[in-house]
Design a protein around this ligand. Sequence first.
Ligand SMILES: CCCCCCCCCCCCC[C@@H](O)CC(=O)SCCNC(=O)CCNC(=O)[C@H](O)C(C)(C)COP(=O)(O)OP(=O)(O)OC[C@H]1O[C@@H](n2cnc3c(N)ncnc32)[C@H](O)[C@@H]1OP(=O)(O)O
Length: 242
Amino acid sequence: MASSEEDGSVEEKENNNKKRSKSAIATAWLTFYNITMTAGWLVLAVAMARFYIQKGNHRGLYKSISRTLKFFQTFALLEVVHCAVGIVRTSVIVTGVQVCSRIFMVWFVANSIKQIQNEESVVLFLVVWTVTEITRYSFYTFSLLNHLPYFIKWARYNMFIVMYPLGVAGELITIYTALPYVRKSGMFSMRLPNKYNVSFDYYIFLIIVMLSYIPLFPQLYFHMLRQRRKVLHGEVIVEKDD
Ligand SMILES: CCCCCCCCCCCCC[C@@H](O)CC(=O)SCCNC(=O)CCNC(=O)[C@H](O)C(C)(C)COP(=O)(O)OP(=O)(O)OC[C@H]1O[C@@H](n2cnc3c(N)ncnc32)[C@H](O)[C@@H]1OP(=O)(O)O
């Protein structure tokens, strides 16, 4: 049977060619992006391991890796763009919540509140994020290259069961530990009266962020459980549109 392209008009053929070259460009870009991100998180893993081996404890670890961490975690904003322009089939909202909460954690908590940088909870979320991202980006890279080893697929869709709650625990304990310093310093806050007639309390905002994990985290977790059933057990899942 002839394909629709063979039957179609010149215009249809041109459209098909455009789609094909767009997806080739998209695949090339995603491969480059995922390799870069895998390498970035590997650099972080090696830097953390070396730091710990040399110093024997975690004091100063955050400071030593903060530039690399900020760069690669911020670069992950492109994932929201990938979903928005449709080159990956993932929800913009799910990806947006995941990426924005991490960027918030890096820039407005760990980076801004120096007193908490040596907390164990910071090391906890850093280690969990690093292991997760090396697995996740190598999963995408090998999938795009059509050479996905089963252990990477297995790790991608099983490790999160433990890693997600551990990462969330690290993040929440860190924010909780930061609260007294934020209250004392009044950082990022605006009190009335001021010329804009606006008041903002960063301390209260951080409490709201912590509370927002209660409705939002289960959605991410259940999304991953659905992905797991689809990919590892071949279940057909009908996703709602954003
Ligand atoms: C301003 C203040 C905001 C404060 C908000 C506070 C609320 C916070 C609540 C949230 C807490 C989050 C805490 C979090 O930071 C803790 C941790 O991360 S701990 C570590 C454990 N974490 C994980 O395991 C992360 C799991 N999450 C993810 O993997 C993703 O982020 C997620 C978007 C949730 C899910 O990913 P996705 O939907 O993409 O699933 P898949 O991987 O199965 O992929 C689906 C299809 O898309 C293709 N895809 C996706 N990305 C790419 C890519 N980069 N390159 C190529 N292809 C890609 C993938 O191949 C699939 O395609 P197909 O269906 O065709 O196979």
